[in-house]
Ligand binder design. Structure first.
Ligand code: G6Q
Length: 549
């Protein structure tokens, strides 16, 4: 930390943390009848209840002091203005421009990037219209029924998660599939269910050099041509989304069928760009634009709301409180919404690739702990699996619960059962169960004194386990846009306070480099000796197995 005021704010929080030794959340709720009103925020129908956190007004005051000392407002202004805040790649970070109102102008390197944004949105709308209007036809003249997005990481997780989340809004007659893994099983199992004449491939790659994506795209083209037996079919069945026209041409896709985006859109922040084409194809362009509008709602809130009433800022500061002052190593995202089943995987990339950094923006080793391990599963499934550790384990796992007040699929009282469970989990984590409460229960069950003594320690819940609850009316495109942007800005705020660059990902490079060396070794018949004993041993053992019948 360079700035003394930041050190002071940090030390004040360390001192404050010590005062938390004997505080119980259930007591804070009893003492402050306004705790819910005090610690909730709303944006339209989206409500964030953060009252079940290990905080008092004083905690928040000190956390906000930290945000101010980190000059958060200036950093936020630089983000939205298109300053090159991705220092290691020399790039602006402008996913917010992709969802900005149509009349905005935003200059980067002397060029109004909004002209490009509007052009590509128009191109997407026209293309989606042709596909939905059954005017875009496959090589036998049949309309398209299946979209297969071939991409990985940022070129897969966002659109895949959004399509799954918004399935109730799907355009009739269009199915969306996502192939990311280089494991040939992923593509093969997907194609088994499809027929070439009605399938459209969207090859999505910012660089268009990603090994996995190109391997899958080449295999998909061979599958198409095995059916079509005419290379002209490629133009009817392949479109590309990329920043690299030359690479798209090299692959053999007509640049007329290319949807462009730009280096100022980071991979894991790209679903708002043409990378969202499969979303637009699956849901329709109007729904895609509602998603953008939702994200823009959150952008406006993030820019305009005072820090103490600012959802992304509050979520970020709470994360910092546990990560840096309670030594929490992980963080659980628990959607009580089957449509959001892929949200934890999506947020895993957003958060862990952005915040998993060990050096500061100017290249010094960080002095504080950075991003936590994020995990999660939809409720109620997780309750029957890993929640035990969250309730009674030795680790503090802050949780975010997400739930819609209304289901898209009302079925008897099942949604009410779901709601009862999400509220109960947050309550149970907060309240816990004291020794006295547990003892009274066991007594009421008629257990003998000796049995009670033996069982009692197992029946106690320590409580004081923090959680946020995000609740919204229905999971609409607009609400989903708001939620995703909320987490994007949370990651940004934490990056400012930790003084790291959330927009690069050099940590994924080494494995890629080494895989490039190993591939030819695997293909050659010779035994391999160029690595450490373990890597040599594994490669040679694997080669031996592959020679067996
Ligand atoms: C995301 C990362 C990474 C990237 C993939 C795919 O922020 O940069 O997940 O999206 O490696 O890259 P391409 O889009 O270039 O194929």
């Amino acid at each position: 930390m360079k700035r003394p005021e930041l050190d002071d704010a940090w030390r004040a929080l360390q001192a404050h943390r010590k005062s938390w030794k004997s505080v119980q959340l259930r007591d804070l709720f009893r003492e402050d009848k306004k705790r819910f009103e005090r610690f909730t925020l709303r944006l339209n129908d989206l409500l964030l209840d953060y009252s079940k956190n290990l905080i008092t007004p004083e905690t928040l005051k000190l956390l906000l002091r930290l945000a101010k000392a980190a000059e958060l407002k200036d950093a936020r202004a630089a983000l939205f203005a298109g300053k090159k805040i991705n220092l290691t790649e020399g790039r602006a970070v402008l996913h917010t421009a992709l969802r900005a109102p149509a009349d905005l102008n935003l200059m980067v390197d002397g060029h109004n990037v909004m002209v490009d944004v509007r052009r590509v949105l128009k191109q997407m709308r026209s293309f989606v219209g042709r596909v939905h209007g059954r005017k875009w036809k496959g090589y036998t003249g049949k309309p398209i029924s299946d979209i297969v997005n071939i991409g990985i990481g940022g070129s897969d997780l966002g659109p895949a998660m959004v399509c799954q989340s918004l399935a109730p809004y799907a355009h009739p007659g269009i199915r969306a599939h996502f192939v990311s893994n280089v494991d040939p099983t992923h593509l093969s199992e997907t194609l088994k269910r499809l027929t070439p004449e009605t399938t459209l491939f969207v090859v999505a790659s910012k660089t268009f050099t990603t090994q996995e994506t190109l391997a899958n795209a080449h295999a998909a083209r061979a599958w198409l041509l095995a059916g079509a037996r005419d290379s002209r079919a490629v133009a009817r069945h392949f479109v590309a989304v990329s920043t690299h026209t030359e690479e798209v041409i090299r692959f053999g896709i007509d640049p007329a069928n290319m949807f462009e985006f730009w280096d100022w859109v980071g991979g894991r922040y790209s679903l708002w760009s043409a990378i969202g084409l499969p979303i637009a194809l699956y849901l329709g362009m109007d729904r895609f634009e509602e998603l953008l509008a939702g994200a823009h709602d959150m952008d406006e809130h993030f820019q305009a709301a005072p820090l103490e009433a600012n959802m992304p800022v509050i979520l970020a500061l709470l994360g910092i409180w546990y990560n840096n002052f309670w030594d929490a190593q992980s963080y659980a995202v628990l959607p009580y919404d089957q449509y959001l089943a892929r949200l934890p995987a999506y947020l895993q990339q957003l958060d862990m690739e952005s915040s998993g950094k060990g050096v500061t923006r100017d290249g010094q080793p960080v002095r504080v702990s950075t991003g936590p391990v994020l995990f999660g599963e939809p409720g109620t499934n997780g309750q029957h699996a890993f929640y035990q550790l969250i309730h009674q384990g030795t680790k503090l796992v802050p949780c975010d619960f997400l739930v819609a007040a209304e289901s898209h699929n009302p079925l008897e009282d099942q949604h009410e059962i779901l709601l009862a469970n999400v509220f109960a989990q947050a309550e149970a984590l907060m309240r816990g169960k004291t020794r006295a409460e547990a003892r009274a229960e066991l007594k009421a069950q008629g257990l003998k004194k000796k049995e009670i003594t033996a069982l009692l320690p197992h029946k106690v819940f320590p409580g004081n386990r923090p959680s946020n609850t995000l609740i919204y009316h229905r999971l609409t495109p607009r609400n989903l846009g708001r939620l995703i942007a909320l987490y994007e800005h949370k990651v940004f705020v934490q990056g400012v306070i930790w003084d790291i660059n959330p927009y690069d990902q050099w940590g994924v490079e080494l494995g890629k480099q080494l895989a490039r060396n190993i591939l030819p070794e695997l293909k050659s018949p010779e035994a391999v000796h160029s690595h450490d004993a373990s890597t040599n041993g594994l490669i040679n053992y694997c080669k031996g197995l592959r020679e067996e019948p």
